[in-house]
Structures are given as structure tokens and as C-alpha cells.
Design a protein around this ligand. Structure first.
Ligand SMILES: Cc1cc2nc3c(=O)[nH]c(=O)nc-3n(C[C@H](O)[C@H](O)[C@H](O)COP(=O)(O)OP(=O)(O)OC[C@H]3O[C@@H](n4cnc5c(N)ncnc54)[C@H](O)[C@@H]3O)c2cc1C
Length: 272
């Protein structure tokens, strides 16, 4: 989870701490570390960790999230989550009626700029080079009074209550926030290695209960195909947990039935 506060001011790290504390009550073992490899075995999965730990499981739920492709602009990283954002649904309301910039080119940049006008009319599109827009697309932006900046960006500078975009030609643009639309990648390669299928945006294709089609393997949260919110990630985890529990119960039922059959056969042999 990244840099946002809940309405009650709980930071993501605190939410995780509360969750981990609650797990202890249910005698859940938490293994900290990077999972570096996962393989399918006859009866489940074999998981390797960077520190040499090895775990076997009958089912596996992957919730390793995504990494945003952060534009390589000097000064951007320390502002990310403060005055630089990627998701209007997460951070748009907080900048309502304030001047904002969108960093992006072509259709994705244009789409983000237009969508931000739900929250504020004052949107600038900063392309850091050629805008890569058709004449009619430029007209749409012009009609919506979204100004296009095609000068190269030198750096971002933080300032009280916002940021300043410093262009290589020396011009500066003050904004409350900058949103970017430069895509994201999976944090982990494990879903690909285990044979998951992906959608066109790179998310793992999952069914209603987060099953991947690979027997016993589930993917929840940002790594799966649905919208990316903390509450959605938690809900997908809960749905996957129900599916996993059912799978394990079915396996138990099958093996109890097999054991009962075996015991009866053994008893018949003894009577003969
Ligand atoms: C700037 C910003 C603001 C946001 N604001 C909001 C908001 O206001 N409201 C909202 O609902 N959502 C918001 N989001 C989105 C929200 O953070 C995500 O939807 C949510 O965190 C997804 O949860 P997740 O568990 O799927 O992934 P993550 O929270 O990304 O967690 C994945 C975890 O897996 C770990 N991991 C990755 N690879 C491995 C590996 N190989 N082995 C072990 N661990 C691994 C990562 O280190 C990470 O700890 C925001 C996101 C950003 C970037």
C-alpha cells in the first residue's frame, strides 16, 4: 500500500501493522521476505525465498501488487504521494478547484487531462516534448481550455501546498498537483512463471473468486485485473480466501472418503 491516509488519518503502514497483529490471534505464521521463485508440484506449490526459506502449500494466493512507471524527472520521486499522483479517484477530490497538471502524451495524456476536469477546470497538459495529438484532439483540449505545454521538463520543485514545474527553456509553471499516466508493471514475475494469463493492461486475468485457471492458484489486489483500490484489494483477498477454503474442504472430503473406503476394504479382507 502506498502514500495515502484513510479518512481517520490511519497511514497504510499502520493498517498493515493492525492486520498483522490480528493474524496472531488466529495462529497464522507470517514469513517476511522476498519470494524469488514458485513452482507447481503434484500436490500444490513450492515457494523459495531470498533468504533460503522454502515453503510448500496446497494452494497459493499472490497479492504482490504493481510498480508504477514513474517518469524519470528530477525531483519527482520525493513528491510522489504528496503533490504528484497517478490516480484521480484516489487524489482528485483533494485538489478540487485547484490548478493541476497532467504529465503525459498522446491519447493517455489527453484522457487523464479530460478526466481531471471532473474535479477542477484548471488543467494543464505537460507533454515534455511533442504532444503526439491529432489536430482534432488538440481542438477538443482547446475547447475545454486545457493548455498544452510541449517544452522539455528540467525538474520538479516542491513548494508549500504544491509544486513548480521547471522547463528547460527557463519557464516555470506552479500547480497544486501533477498527475501522470505512464503505466505500471507487475511487482513480481511469479504469476507469469506459474502460467497465469494477462489482460492487455498487464493484470492477471482472474475469475469471480480470483481463481487464475491454474489449479490452486489465486491472484488478488492490484496484480489482478480489476480496479485498484485498497478496499477492492481487501475484498478480492476475502473472496479468494472463501474459494481457497472451499477447495481445501473438498480435498479433505475426498481424502476422508478415500480413507473410509480403504478401511472398509481392509476390514472385509480380515473377515474373509
Ligand atoms: C500514490 C498512491 C495513492 C493511492 N491512494 C489510494 C487511496 O486514496 N485509496 C485507495 O483505496 N487506494 C489508493 N491507492 C491504491 C492502493 O495503494 C492499492 O490499490 C493497494 O495498495 C493494493 O494492495 P495490494 O495488496 O494489491 O498491493 P500492494 O499494497 O502494492 O502490496 C503488495 C506487497 O507485495 C510485496 N511484494 C511484491 N513482490 C513481492 C515478492 N516477490 N515477495 C514478497 N513480497 C512481495 C510488496 O513489497 C508490497 O508490500 C494509491 C496508490 C498510490 C501509488
Amino acid at each position: 500500500m502506498h502514500g495515502f491516509l484513510t479518512r481517520d488519518g490511519i497511514a497504510p503502514a499502520e493498517l498493515l501493522r493492525i492486520g498483522r497483529r490480528q493474524l496472531r490471534r488466529y495462529r497464522i505464521r507470517v514469513v517476511r521476505g522476498e519470494a524469488t521463485d514458485a513452482r507447481r508440484e503434484r500436490a500444490g506449490f513450492l515457494l523459495d525465498f531470498a533468504d533460503g526459506t522454502r515453503l510448500r502449500s496446497r494452494t497459493l494466493l499472490i497479492a504482490t501488487g504493481v510498480v508504477d512507471r514513474i517518469p524519470p524527472i528530477e525531483g519527482l520521486a520525493p513528491l510522489y504521494g504528496r503533490s504528484v499522483f497517478h490516480c484521480p479517484y484516489c487524489d482528485g477530490w483533494e485538489v478540487s478547484d485547484r490548478p493541476v497538471a497532467v504529465y503525459g502524451r498522446g491519447r493517455p495524456g489527453m484522457a487523464l487531462a479530460l478526466s481531471l476536469q471532473t474535479w477542477t477546470e484548471d488543467v494543464a497538459l505537460v507533454c515534455d516534448g511533442r504532444a503526439r495529438l491529432l489536430a482534432e484532439e488538440r481542438q477538443v483540449l482547446e475547447r475545454r481550455r486545457i493548455r498544452i505545454y510541449e517544452s522539455r521538463v528540467a525538474r520538479l520543485a516542491g513548494r508549500r501546498g504544491g509544486l513548480e514545474i521547471v522547463f528547460r527553456d527557463g519557464n516555470r509553471l506552479s500547480r497544486r498537483a501533477l498527475f501522470f499516466s505512464t503505466g505500471q508493471d507487475m511487482s513480481s514475475d511469479l504469476p507469469r512463471r506459474l502460467g497465469c494469463r494477462f489482460n492487455s493492461k498487464g493484470g492477471v486475468r482472474t475469475d469471480r473468486l480470483e481463481g487464475t485457471g491454474v489449479p490452486g492458484l489465486y491472484v488478488a489486489g492490484d496484480a489482478s485485473h480489476d480496479v485498484q483500490f485498497a478496499i477492492v484489494a481487501a475484498a478480492e483477498g476475502a473472496k479468494a480466501a472463501v474459494a481457497i477454503n472451499r477447495t481445501l474442504q473438498e480435498q479433505e472430503t475426498v481424502s476422508v472418503a478415500a480413507r473410509t473406503r480403504e478401511t472398509r476394504r481392509g476390514a472385509r479382507r480380515v473377515r474373509r
